[in-house]
Design a protein around this ligand. Structure first.
Ligand SMILES: [Zn+2]
Length: 115
């Protein structure tokens, strides 16, 4: 389950950020996960809760926002939603837009409790 590895990496990055901010604990962790990130959201949540127990993330609330794929058209520069790389631009009908969101895994927000 590669969500374990992702969770370990998130915990490492978030712990560093929280420490740098002088925090003693992380109370809320908000993530943005693209629908195409290849991440099973509930597995990631479980891994974060299980592996975060002995870290600054112990007991923190994990909020995961999923992000639908969005493309930018190479012809008319419009952005449009699509369910695959072969989805046509909703504005001009061109194919082959560039994915601009939907494959990300980012920490959107962190709430830290001070020591
Ligand atoms: Zn277009």
């Amino acid at each position: 389950m590669h969500e374990m590895g992702l969770a370990a990496e998130i915990i490492r990055v978030v712990s560093e950020e929280a420490r740098a901010a002088g925090g003693a604990a992380v109370s809320v962790l908000r993530l943005r996960v693209g629908e195409w990130a290849g991440v099973e959201v509930e597995s990631l949540r479980f891994a974060l809760e299980a592996m975060g127990e002995d870290t600054l993330l112990a007991g923190c609330r994990v909020e995961i926002e999923t992000v639908a794929p969005l493309f930018r058209c190479g012809e008319c520069n419009a952005t449009y939603a699509g369910d695959g790389y072969f989805a046509a631009c909703a504005h001009c009908g061109a194919f082959g837009g560039e994915l601009v969101q939907g494959d990300e895994l980012t920490v959107a927000e962190l709430e830290v409790e001070e020591a």
